[in-house]
Write a protein that binds this ligand. Structure first.
Ligand SMILES: *[C@@H]1O[C@H](CO)[C@@H](O)[C@H](O)[C@H]1NC(C)=O
Ligand SMILES: *[C@@H]1O[C@H](CO)[C@@H](O)[C@H](O)[C@H]1NC(C)=O
Length: 317
């Protein structure tokens, strides 16, 4: 179908352009623009070990970021959820910092600038400067060390699985109310955090905004991890025909909250293209934006939705 269109277009161009060199050049330029494949970038996901020592957690992140860039050539580096603090409501107040003045923000800004990379700064417990409320927050840093975006986890992790796991983030955290996207290397990237990945509506809103990739720092556990981690990452990739990256801390069996690990990159076909196991590791993948365009052209569900019958739209605040 695409090929037939292209041939017809070429024929039409030749016919029209026969008389004029200039005209031919213009047509060639237009044709090139239409058919030009989008490029991409290399991303590294850092599945970091996280312990009780905040300074050590930050130092470890900086070392692994440096190696992901110098040894593996990453252009974008993404960190896990809660990488400077053990994950647990009892820990958040003590580890929380203001953004961007806290020590974690300052370290991330400096390394992004030093290496000239984009840095998706996982999440940290954030203390809001104006009202002292706590949030679970992701920061994104530019190659100049500037804060490009902050995203506060929208859906708080409150679950109760008797005999499995009970957790109530809402005991200490407040939920955010804003989506966050960043434009990086020709891609538009939407940010979510962990439990947010269960809400396909959020992914849908990002797709509506034209995102090519969704990045979710997250820490699933030994109950929900094996059941849902890959399912949800592939689910969101399938629904939105986007790349999806999930970044977990490494598993520490002695921790209060034991993370599943398995950080991964899923492509717009919903295929897992790179994945860690549970150990501390760096997952590297080449994100190819032409693949996003290819999947969307070949299975055009976005334009085939019956928006006369159903829609998912952002609510005006
Ligand atoms: C894949 O995405 C399509 C389009 O949004 C959706 O209808 C379908 O239910 C999804 N399949 C799975 C297995 O999630
Ligand atoms: C887990 O991944 C690490 C790092 O890639 C590797 O060295 C190790 O062999 C893997 N473990 C298993 C059980 O596959």
């Amino acid at each position: 179908m695409e090929q037939i269109k292209t041939n017809k277009f070429k024929k039409a161009c030749n016919l029209l352009a026969d008389n004029s060199c200039l005209f031919r050049a213009i047509i060639a330029t237009i044709f090139q623009t239409i058919t030009m494949a989008r490029a991409g970038f290399r991303i590294a996901l850092l599945q970091l070990k996280v312990g009780a020592n905040k300074q050590q957690n930050i130092e470890n992140a900086l070392t692994k970021i440096r190696s992901a860039v110098t040894d593996k050539g990453a252009r974008i580096v993404a960190l896990p959820e809660c990488f400077n603090s053990p994950y647990g409501t009892q820990h958040f107040p003590a580890y929380a910092e203001e953004i961007p003045t806290g020590e974690t923000s300052r370290s991330l800004a400096a390394i992004a600038k030093e290496l000239g990379i984009y840095l998706i700064g996982g999440t940290i417990p954030e203390r809001c400067a104006t009202d002292s409320k706590l949030y679970n927050t992701c920061t994104v840093w530019s190659p100049e060390g500037a804060l490009m975006a902050t995203y506060r986890k929208i859906h708080l992790f409150d679950i109760n699985i008797p005999g499995g796991i009970t957790f109530r983030e809402s005991d200490v955290l407040t939920g955010g109310s804003d989506l966050a996207t960043v434009a990086i290397e020709g891609a538009k990237i939407g940010i979510g955090i962990c439990y947010d990945i269960r809400f396909d509506e959020l992914a849908r809103l990002y797709r509506n905004q034209g995102c090519d990739m969704l990045i979710y720092p997250g820490a699933f556990n030994m109950k929900t991890g094996p059941l849902h981690w890959e399912l949800l990452a592939r689910g969101r990739a399938n629904d939105t025909q986007s790349y999806v990256a999930t970044i977990s801390p490494a598993r520490d069996a002695s921790a209060g909250y034991v993370a599943w690990g398995h950080s991964m990159v899923v492509d717009p076909w919903a295929k897992v293209v790179a994945e860690a196991n549970e150990t501390e590791d760096t997952v590297v993948a080449d994100v190819n934006l032409a693949t996003v365009d290819e999947v969307r052209a070949q299975i055009p569900i976005f334009s085939q939705r019956r928006t006369d019958l159903y829609t998912t739209n952002a609510v005006e605040k």
